[in-house]
Design a protein around this ligand. Structure first.
Ligand code: ADP
Ligand code: MG
Length: 256
């Protein structure tokens, strides 16, 4: 049975998509069966996995509206060696269209239940908002991975996310918990990064992942080739860090 994780942070540009794509590829390298769910209408994870978002026959949009199932809509990332439930701009409409549907927060959960046996991990790339789409991700998940940059404003907004997760836990999904905070785009030469990083460890203890993802240009270059960074340049520091993070997640789920 798959363990389902949301990669969430309502801020944009904090490394959600990079983390989802490269953790997926890193886990695949460790022989885990992975489904990446793109829950962002920008479709960046879809493209980063090497799938053309402009030529989708069906996508997560149809799945959420009950017009397709995951088994029919999923595609293979040949580069990453994982499956993808892809997204494109059409998904923005689902936000409004789902409002009138029954069970509107649990549509992704119900859809994923049918393929849970096919995977070890299902990773959901959330949009940069605490929207009905994100709520569908949180209702479907066992846990949340929160990527953060160790900068001055890193903690700002974190309490909104934590409160949302608490509310979902209390009212909609008692399975849900914060698995951990992932330090990304880390710059070891910056004193500020080190300071914020140790503050995080003090406040959140073992909720901070051991793995730290460095700032690494190869991770930023890879999406334009439609190849996950982990595969694009496996020996780069960024790739190595995401593979290590994959190993940390494999260990984590043993105790879940
Ligand atoms: P989000 O999904 O939260 O909006 P992205 O994953 O798209 O964030 O990352 C935002 C930008 O930062 C992208 O251009 C991405 O390539 C770049 N980026 C993300 N992580 C790293 C990293 N570790 N090193 C260098 N660039 C990164
Ligand atoms: Mg993104």
């Amino acid at each position: 049975m798959a363990k389902i994780f949301c990669v969430a942070n309502q801020k944009g540009g904090v490394g959600k998509t990079t983390t989802t794509v490269n953790l997926s590829a890193g886990l695949a390298k460790l022989d885990q069966r992975v489904l990446l769910v793109d829950l962002d209408p920008q479709g960046n994870a879809t493209m980063g996995a090497g799938i053309n978002k402009a030529s989708l026959e069906s996508s997560i949009y149809q799945v959420l509206l009950g017009e397709a199932d995951v088994a029919g809509a999923r595609l293979r990332s040949e580069a990453g060696r994982f499956d993808v439930l892809p997204a494109n701009r059409e998904l923005a409409g689902a936000e409004v269209e789902m409002v009138s549907l029954e069970n509107r927060e649990r549509r992704l959960k119900d859809a994923l239940a049918l393929v849970a046996e096919d995977y070890d991990f299902i990773l959901v790339d959330c949009p940069p908002a605490l929207s009905l789409l994100t709520l569908n991700g949180l209702c479907a998940a066992h846990g949340v991975i929160i990527p953060m940059q160790c900068e001055y404003y890193a903690l700002e907004g974190l309490s909104d996310l934590v409160n949302t997760i608490k509310k979902v836990h209390a009212n909609l999904n008692t399975d849900l918990r914060i698995i951990g905070l992932l330090r990304v785009m880390f710059d070891t030469r910056m004193t500020l990064s080190q300071q914020v990083s140790s503050q995080l460890e003090q406040h959140f203890g073992d909720k901070v992942f051991k793995t730290i993802i460095p700032r690494n240009v190869r991770l930023a270059e890879a999406p334009s080739y439609g190849i996950p960074g982990v595969v694009f340049d496996p020996s780069s520091k960024g790739a190595q860090a995401y593979i290590a993070f994959g190993a940390e997640m494999v260990e984590r789920i043993k105790t879940m």
